[in-house]
Design a protein around this ligand. Structure first.
Ligand code: FAD
Length: 296
């Protein structure tokens, strides 16, 4: 069982718990991005098992008719085993996500033609090319029912965005969670923030839609609002479970904001290392955990 201090950041251990969490969010105008925790499998069986779990999950999302999509990590579905394993497992998930569902109309019409959206998270720089290539293939095949994450701390990202601008699908811009080599990445926070702003401005200018702001940073969210006012490009804001949740609900309820709001929701039995990362990255999260332990 997940202890209460960790359950702030993780929806539960089972798909059922994550779907119940999504239903609660949907009632408050926030959609869900479900992520089964797991990464860096070096053998095929656990990678296949997590891909199976995602296939079941996209079917459960369609059956429950909740406003949710999924986000997968390349190394979770086999990239460390081999490119082919990753590609086969991703294809299975995308295919299941786009399969006709029981909620489609009995008269032969499609009840929900769009299927379940599949995001591909971005991991360290060694995975960028293979991840973008896989995204491109599926974005074209599904006419935009997949998305990919790119990282503002990588120097290459601004150029990658020019390639992505011509493709269907969505792109999530984040600052980047991996400690990358200095020759490939910006190290100073102010420089990463500057790169984030440059990339975001380009996305609002050059993309027809599908801009996702993956950040808790009020300055970046405000900047997106300004760019939207200038360009009118549809966009969404994505934040993590347990981080600035009141801001998520306020944004979703704000009649002056057109942004869709998504919460990225980790779940599953491998919750401990994820929870530990959240606590290490920020003092306020550590204080929250400490208060929970001492019962104040
Ligand atoms: P920071 O630059 O860390 O902080 C800026 C400001 O945001 C802070 O001053 C504060 O005002 C606010 N803030 C930030 N964190 C908190 C907090 N915990 N509590 C309260 N206020 C806070 N990284 C990847 O490398 N690959 C991915 O695929 C990926 N996917 C992501 C998906 C989503 C939906 C999100 C939100 C992040 C993802 N990340 C991913 C992580 C990302 O790269 C950053 O490491 C992380 O989001 C921290 O950057 P930030 O922009 O949120 O804010």
């Amino acid at each position: 069982m997940i202890p209460p201090i960790a359950s702030n950041f993780v929806a539960g251990e089972t798909p059922e718990a994550s779907l119940a969490h999504v239903e609660g969010l949907n009632d408050r105008g926030v959609a869900g991005i479900l992520n089964l925790l797991g990464e860096h499998y070096e053998e095929r069986p656990p990678a296949d098992a997590d891909a199976d779990a995602y296939v079941d999950l996209v079917e459960a999302i369609a059956e429950r008719d909740v406003d949710a999509c999924v986000s997968v990590k390349s190394s979770q579905i086999g990239l460390d085993v081999g490119d082919r394993v990753f590609e086969e497992n991703l294809a299975r998930i995308v295919e299941a996500a786009n399969a006709p569902t029981a909620t489609d109309g009995d008269d032969g019409s499609d009840g929900d033609e769009s299927g379940t959206f599949v995001w591909i998270d971005m991991e360290d720089h060694e995975t960028t090319d293979v991840t973008l290539d896989a995204f491109e293939r599926h974005a074209v095949e599904t006419d935009g029912n997949v998305g990919v994450c790119v990282q503002a701390n990588l120097k290459r990202t601004r150029d990658d965005l020019e390639r992505l601008a011509d493709l269907p699908g969505k792109v999530r811009l984040v600052k980047g969670a991996y400690d990358e080599p200095a020759e490939l990445s910006y190290k100073k926070k102010a420089r990463v923030d500057e790169s984030y702003r440059d990339c975001l401005a380009y996305m609002f200018e050059a993309f027809d839609g599908g801009v996702a702001v993956g950040s808790h940073d009020p300055a970046m969210i405000e900047y997106a609002t300004e760019l939207y006012a200038d360009h009118g490009t549809p966009y969404e804001v994505q934040m993590l479970t347990g981080v600035r949740e009141s801001a998520q609900f306020e944004l979703a309820a704000d009649p002056d904001t057109d942004a869709e709001v998504y919460q990225y929701i980790p779940y599953g039995s491998k919750w401990f290392s994820y929870f530990y990362r959240r606590i290490r990255e920020r003092k306020s999260n550590a204080l929250f955990a400490l208060r929970a332990i001492v019962g104040n």
